[in-house]
Unconditional design. Structure first.
Length: 169
């Protein structure tokens, strides 16, 4: 090998390389590319068939003193947390005039939308929070009408662990 080919397996067909060396080099190249593709896909998607279990639903009531912190208007700021296993709590009760903060403690982003699925949109206040990057928090719009809003995570459409309700009273 000369200085140009140091550390690189080369075969000069004119010089006559060992039979089977070129197919072996092609196989090694193919295996290397295949390994990179599989490694990347595994890192992005998780294990095949990996469906998170639904967390136990809970209901949160704001404190009677209007606390909850975070806001400057004195209205409570309540939180829904999303992790790799789902959202918690799956049902949150808030007063009219409140906002909800979606906090993402997962390593991947999540995208929240009002309604049980994309074909049935509702509660545009939830759409204000929308896309929440890993490690970030986003706040909904102000809920001004007493009603129940369902929501889902577009990242896990149809997975119960990533669906919930906000009850506005």
């Amino acid at each position: 090998m000369d200085a140009r080919g140091a550390g690189v397996l080369r075969c000069d067909h004119r010089a006559g390389c060992a039979p089977g060396l070129v197919p072996a080099m092609r196989l090694l190249s193919f295996c290397g590319v295949l390994w990179l593709v599989v490694s990347f896909a595994a890192g992005c998607a998780g294990a095949v068939g990996d469906t998170p279990a639904a967390p136990t639903p809970t209901t949160t009531q704001p404190s009677g003193n209007g606390g909850g912190g975070g806001g400057t208007s004195g209205t409570p700021s309540l939180t829904i947390t999303v992790s790799g296993t789902g959202i918690s709590p799956q049902e949150l009760t808030i007063p009219v005039g409140a906002k909800v903060t979606f906090t993402n403690v997962d390593t991947r982003p999540h995208d929240f939308s009002g309604g049980p699925d994309p074909a049935h949109p509702e509660c545009p206040e939830i759409d204000v929070a929308g896309f929440v990057a890993a490690g970030q928090s986003r706040e909904t719009g102000t809920f001004t009408v007493a009603r129940t809003c369902t929501f889902h995570d577009h990242t896990f459409i149809g997975v119960p662990a990533f669906m919930g309700r906000i009850v506005i009273q």
